[in-house]
Design a protein around this ligand. Structure first.
Ligand code: FPP
Length: 244
């Protein structure tokens, strides 16, 4: 990182919406699948860079609950990419001390994917390096909906008093329970929206939008986004700035 960022704290948790794989491929006269493949390379670079920089949590949006509406062939390509990522990269990430957590709905996924997910989480559970959180078959509204349903059941059964429902209680029913909220959210490809990603968790997150398509995302792009984050004043609804 450049000296200009001075003493300001690094974000503890960076969340990324990896957008623009298809557009990047099209611009190069390649099929969308080539863009997704290059997207995996960008992901490898970003995990390495985040780990080197001392970021504690990196959350990536790898398949959204709404991505099911894409053509079947693209959906199965993305699932195969996930399978290959787990088979090829997890051993290396494990030896680098990376802990992998996968958030999202598991019901309805192919059983082999669920086993890969469970194996990956169990293998890396004791690791103390970067926490790589993969949002897979994830949707923020779905996550909040599930939490509300679980809480509603507890109230209906009499085991929970409705007066005891607090933001902390809701949080304890989210997939991300125990993970600090993202400090910085980066979206690539020039789009400026949240697309059902970490809706609850991003209440006070700083957003940085970059023009590069995800396959072109480099360590420098990440550093630039972090430098921008470090110029922000975070007040969390109060009057006094807390360091970004
Ligand atoms: C957005 O580009 C990207 C995705 C929907 C998938 C993201 C997946 C990867 C980068 C690789 C897979 C990750 C793992 C963990 C294996 P887009 O297709 O929406 O691009 P477009 O908006 O230009 O069409």
């Amino acid at each position: 990182m450049s000296d200009s960022v001075g003493q300001v704290a690094l974000p503890r948790h960076v969340a990324i919406i990896m957008d623009g794989n298809g557009r990047c491929a099209r611009a190069r006269g390649l099929p969308r699948t080539a863009g997704h493949r290059q997207g995996v390379e960008a992901l490898r670079r970003t995990v390495r860079a985040s780990s080197d920089m001392g970021i504690e949590y990196l959350t990536i949006f790898s398949f959204s609950a709404e991505n099911w509406s894409r053509p079947k062939t693209e959906v199965s390509f993305l699932f195969d990419l996930m399978r290959r990522f787990v088979r090829r990269d997890v051993a290396e990430l494990h030896s680098a001390g990376v802990r992998i957590l996968i958030i999202g709905e598991r019901q309805g996924l192919d059983p082999d994917i669920v086993s890969l997910i469970e194996h990956t989480e169990a293998l890396t559970r004791g690791n103390e390096g970067l926490k790589l959180v993969v949002a897979f078959n994830y949707g923020g509204r779905q996550e909040i909906g599930h939490a509300v349903r679980d809480i509603g059941r507890a109230v209906a059964s009499g085991s929970l008093d409705a007066e005891a429902i607090t933001p902390e209680l809701v949080e304890s029913h989210l997939h991300t329970y125990g993970i600090p909220d993202p400090d910085l959210l980066i979206r690539t490809s020039g789009e400026q929206r949240l697309s059902n990603y970490l809706l609850w968790q991003c209440a006070y997150t700083e957003f940085v939008f970059v023009d590069e398509h995800w396959p072109d995302f480099t360590r420098e792009t990440l550093e630039r986004a972090i430098s921008e984050y470090m110029t922000r004043e975070r007040r969390f609804g109060g009057l006094v700035a807390r360091s970004a």
